[in-house]
Design a binder for this molecule. Sequence first.
Ligand SMILES: *Cc1c(COP(=O)(O)O)cnc(C)c1O
Length: 388
Amino acid sequence: MSSTQQKFSIHTRPNWAEVALPVLERNYRAVAAHVGPKVTVCSVIKCDAYGHGVVECARALERAGSHWLGVTSTEEGLAVRDAGVRARILVMTGIWRNEEDAVIRHNLTPAIATPGHLRALETAAKALGRPQHSLAVHLKLDTGMSRLGLPLEELPDFLERLKQSPYVMLEGVFSHLASSEVLDAPDAEEQMARFDQAMETIHAAGLQPRYTHLANAGAVEARPATWREMVRPGLLLYGYNLPCSGPGAEKTGLDVHPVLSWKTRIIALRDIPAGRAVGYNLTWTAKRSTRVAVLPVGYGDGYNRHLSNRGRVIVRDRYAPIVGNISMDLTTVDVTEIPGAALGDEVLLIGQSANCQVGAQEHADLAGTVIYEILCGLSPRVPRIYVE
Ligand SMILES: *Cc1c(COP(=O)(O)O)cnc(C)c1O
């Protein structure tokens, strides 16, 4: 069950997001073709599939051929498993106390990064009567992000400990790049070098993990050297390239298309004379007689307040600028230049019409953030409508 869908029993407020699952599937296939048949794609569906709805997206990706899905938390993994998805599910952030039992029972594949993780999994596997060496794990290494992952100094001791484990089987080893999209970032080269060195240590210890992986969006787009047996794209699947910078950046970018469009309708219209101001703190004053359209969307829906007086929407295939401050539940736009704009007109907040386009990137630029935050910020109040 997707919480985004079930927030209210009926949705009458004209404010919704359309999620085009066939586009998601096409994007998956574009990524898979780009990395080639030898590289396994682990489709990242964390944070409710970047706000698109984790269960529906997991099903669609599985249908498109994704045998691996990546989530952040055990609870996300369980939600996907409960929905009947059979693909492998990598819990990328690892397990927290008392999650090991559920992880094993529901066949989630945990990332591990500490001896404590190993101990917890072994205890649970024993209690559940699991066969020897049946518990596949992916070891996360800290190659330079200093966030999660086993510090490399601890790797030799950890490997000794791992080899003695009766239950755990090292199926994967991975790390995460801090600057995958910055093509001349020295830190990315250093991380890759440390990763390769760690792999030598792992092989020297007699371990042969089947999957090694490093690549998120930027690396999938532009760093083939990081594609090992697996890649972990997220953003690309939802239809956005992570803008790369540095040498060769202009040649990067996959042919992917936004999966989500966000729509609303004009719920009120008024004509105001020149000199009249609009909205909280009256931050915008009409310079001429102006037709203002009112939209039932605000920062309570995740419509970023930094778009106030700066962003735009699409009405009747024309741009309408946002005027005044965005409120919790309402936004005002100037439709003076849009002939015929009428009560009930459909309005695109994020999306594309014949001649106009407003993407999450535009919102991110205006809000001084990244596309990720715009997509994840779409609140559960906005129902997701799945277009098959
Ligand atoms: C989010 C995440 C990804 C996917 O990142 P994108 O930039 O969206 O492709 C990959 N790996 C890990 C560990 C992540 O947390």
